[in-house]
Write a protein that binds this ligand. Structure first.
Ligand code: BES
Ligand code: MG
Ligand code: ZN
Length: 495
């Protein structure tokens, strides 16, 4: 991770941080600091609103210390997400000051168990501390080296350390996904994405197999290959396997990540403005690779196979064209009405593969699939299409732990009619309306009644600016939710 986190009692750190509720100061605030807080509150300088930070100096035990008060909002409304937001702001303030170490008072609340509280503190700070600056020749090393969580009572130290470890694994996995998305398409080609996955798997402890173009052809992935064939950079099919649950060998979760390392739109070409961020069209792939990393590193008791059909959507004499009729690994035929609706064509072969060849019993596909999801839900919420309410409820429970947001869209049969073709089995667009739903349902045609979640992350995988612990560029969504979904049906901790 980008800094070290540990528990401690020391006030040697450069700055001391006191998280504070709107109603009252924490119990462990000294009488002097309580007086400072009351004074600030009455002057309306610092009201402890969520994320509000206030910096001042104070003589503590004979030494002048920098102190940050950070607001947690109302005590009754505390959540892990609010802790992440508050601590992200602390981190930013600390960075502004150029400090090397921060010591934060542990937060105690009857709203949340202790482990979740500590995890959220670490996540908020570590995720906010990320910056993709490797291509800036004048970049400077971050100064921040250490974070202390203070005043953890003796009996809880072990719990805190466990929470820190889990948070670190989650942060590393999220930052890994951010890095993959932020790397430009001239660096992350399909071949390079395969190499990265292999290296990540080797380190984290999952198996990675990579199929080249000939092998993809032999598997019969006709739909995927149609999209890939317009590019000089050959496609790769990446398979990542983690078997951590011997007792339930036949329960296998299939994760499928959209892996367009670049999407120009093909002959249905995108305008330049829409094209500049299309290196992020492998955000789904990055998310499933990141999730596999966290799952394998923390050795979760689960069996997961993640697959990525990696390719570029380009223009050339060999590229597929609007009007083409193509086939697929499942044998269904598709009328291509728009070459920019390419993601679903790669995903259907990947979904079919993970069910047929890897024997997945449940499937989640994760894809930057439609601009329409941004219109419907904005950039805060991932759109979901599903055939299984129970599975969706599991996702919602996992999302409460991660703080990432999801919302289900309707999947009525009327929408399915919109993707039926007159001259082939399906067409790859359903018209102007309900674009996110028809895109999801297109993939749903290939899931063979397996419990399935389709996560459209076109709005959430990429951020145009920094916000709380989200940093500009790739966000790493929804790595942490996928992890919690896989983790023992979400029993987070024992209070
Ligand atoms: N990769 C895009 C979707 C996208 C848009 C991702 C904006 C991130 C931000 C996808 O391949 C695409 O082009 N979808 C089309 C579908 C349409 C042709 C039915 C779209 O959304 O315009
Ligand atoms: Mg497209
Ligand atoms: Zn795309």
């Amino acid at each position: 991770m980008n800094f070290l986190v540990r528990t401690g009692q020391s006030i040697e750190a450069d700055v001391l941080v006191y998280p504070i509720f709107m109603e009252d100061a924490l119990d462990n605030l000294s009488q002097d600091l309580k007086t400072v807080f009351e004074g600030l509150k009455s002057k309306e300088r610092f009201k402890a609103e969520l994320g509000q930070v206030y910096l001042f100096s104070e003589r503590l035990q004979g030494e002048i210390k920098d102190i940050i008060f950070v607001g947690l909002g109302k005590k009754e409304e505390l959540s892990a997400e609010k802790i992440r937001i508050a601590l992200a702001n602390v981190l930013k303030k600390g960075k502004e000051l150029g400090i090397e170490s921060i010591a934060v008072q542990a937060i105690s609340s009857d709203k949340l168990c202790f482990k979740r509280t500590v995890k959220a503190m670490v996540e908020g700070m570590a995720l906010a501390n990320y910056k993709f600056d490797k291509y800036k020749t004048d970049r400077k090393e971050g100064k921040l080296k250490e974070i202390y969580i203070l005043n953890v009572v003796e009996e809880k130290v072990e719990k805190a350390e466990k929470a820190i470890k889990e948070a670190e694994a989650l942060v590393e996995a999220t930052l890994c996904a951010r890095n993959l998305v932020n790397e430009p398409a001239n660096v992350i080609t399909p071949k390079e994405l395969g190499k990265k996955a292999k290296a990540i798997g080797k380190e984290a402890g999952f198996e990675v197999e990579i199929f080249d173009e000939k092998e993809i052809e032999a598997l019969g992935m006709k739909s995927f290959l149609e999209v890939a064939k317009g590019s000089d950079n050959a496609p790769r099919f990446i398979v990542m396997r983690y078997f951590g649950d011997e007792d339930n060998k036949n329960d296998i979760l299939g994760l499928v990540g959209k892996g367009l390392t670049y999407d120009s739109g093909g002959y249905s070409i995108k305008p330049t403005d829409g094209m500049v961020t299309m290196k992020s069209d492998m955000g789904g792939a990055a998310a499933v690779i990141g999730a596999m990393k966290a799952i394998a590193e923390t050795k979760l008791k689960a069996n997961v196979v993640a697959v990525v059909a990696a390719c570029e959507n380009m223009i050339s004499g060999k590229a597929y064209k609007p009007g083409d009729i193509i086939s697929s690994m499942a044998g269904k035929t598709i009328e291509v009405l728009n070459t920019d609706a390419e993601g679903r064509l790669t995903l259907i072969d990947a979904v079919h593969y993970v069910i047929e060849k890897e024997k997945a019993t449940k499937v989640i596909d994760v894809a930057t699939l439609t601009g329409a999801v941004l219109i419907a839900l904005g950039n805060t919420t991932t759109g979901v299409v599903t055939n299984n309410e129970e599975f969706y409820n599991d996702l919602q429970r996992a999302s409460e732990l991660s703080g990432e947001k999801f919302w289900q869209l309707p999947a009525f049969d009327e929408y399915k009619k919109l993707i039926k073709s007159d001259i082939a089995d399906l067409k790859n667009i359903g018209g102007r309306h309900a674009g996110t739903i028809t895109a999801g349902l297109f993939i749903g045609e290939f899931v063979q009644k397996k419990p399935w979640l389709h996560l459209d992350i076109a709005g959430t995988a990429w951020a145009d600016s920094d916000k709380d612990y989200i940093t500009k560029g790739g966000t790493g969504a929804p790595v942490r939710t996928l992890y919690y979904l896989v983790k023992e049906k979400n029993s987070c901790c024992n209070k």
